[in-house]
Design a protein around this ligand. Sequence first.
Ligand SMILES: [Zn+2]
Length: 414
Amino acid sequence: MTVNKFIRKLLKFKGLLVTDFQFKFRDKELNLWVKHHKNGCLCPQCKRRGRIVRTMDNYRVWRDLPICGWSVLFWYHPREIFCPTHGRIQEDFPWADAYARVTYRFEYVMLVYCQLMTQKAAAKILHIPKSTLSDQLHRSIKRIRYGHKVRGLKTIGIDEISYCKGHKYATIVYDLDRSCVVWVGQGKGRETIDLFFNEFLSDYQKGKIKWATCDMSRAYIGAIEDHCPNATLVLDRFHIVKDLNKAVDEVRKEQWRLASVDERKALKGLRWLLYRHSSNRSKKDTRTLNSLRKGNRRIHRAWVLKDEFEQFWDYKAPWAAERFLKRWITTALKSRLEPFGEFVKILRKHMRRILTFIGSRLTNAIAEGLNRIIRIVKNRASGFRSLPAFTDIIFLTVGDLDIPAQIPLKFRTL
Ligand SMILES: [Zn+2]
């Protein structure tokens, strides 16, 4: 085996010949000059062989995967060919996309690494500056997602997420049947979500949406009801429970403010106990909470109300659930706890949209799960300054298109 053949085998260069190489010690770079082993080049569009018209004067350079600490760059004279169908055109590069500056296998490894670790860590392993990596990542994801359309949407979830310090928000649309993100947009207002419905879905697709879930945001509810004529809106269970917990916590805070030093001792450590679902409570917790009946009537009443509300989610018949809800509201109002007044207002306003839960059992749990993954990724990167960078990572980790799987199979080296 000649050295040239060995290098070709090692680097898996098919049909390429290494004509020269050079080690740049200062930059830890290995430069390889390559040329075609055989004559004849393919058209990038129809993959048919074309006649070579001319060879470009300048070399083009591609970055390949690093080997043993050396960054590998390879240099090649691209050629222009004449295709009977497509005319004069630059030849097809089997190892990289037409305009890419890196090879397919570099792209694949980069995409997989960025799913697993921070861009900073990936950049270090791949021997490139972080700015170059995020730029390259953006180009790759943009190219792979180009022309990708939202398809087969039946159950959607809409939620918001903050992505930057200073309260910048993005709206995320989830496909709850396939647990993935289909769209990310800047802002959390009506105009943001309108953009999704107007530009990314056809009227036919909007009509196909059967179920939708979101929080109590007026913008999202309005948009779903206006754009999706056949969709049943289910208000998200977790957001309702969150509001209820908030009401309980406000009662607790109010009592804490009014309590004397001695009384405060009894109220310590209640916050998380009050939040806890009855199924995760130990006997000791229940005893502590029951002792409040004597210690602090108002907190006790708030807790009992919250505990009773848990039953609502177990109802199977909508009429029974409605009856329960109405009774619960009466009891809550009788308790004269002001924070519950606010919660009852929400319940009354959205009664119809909350009751749809009983028939559908639909929650945003999948969306919340995805949202958690997104938050982990966000925190791992210590936040994102711009939305495009954040969107890239969302699509890469929980998007509707498996991005690394779009790289041709033979280049998936990991
Ligand atoms: Zn062609």
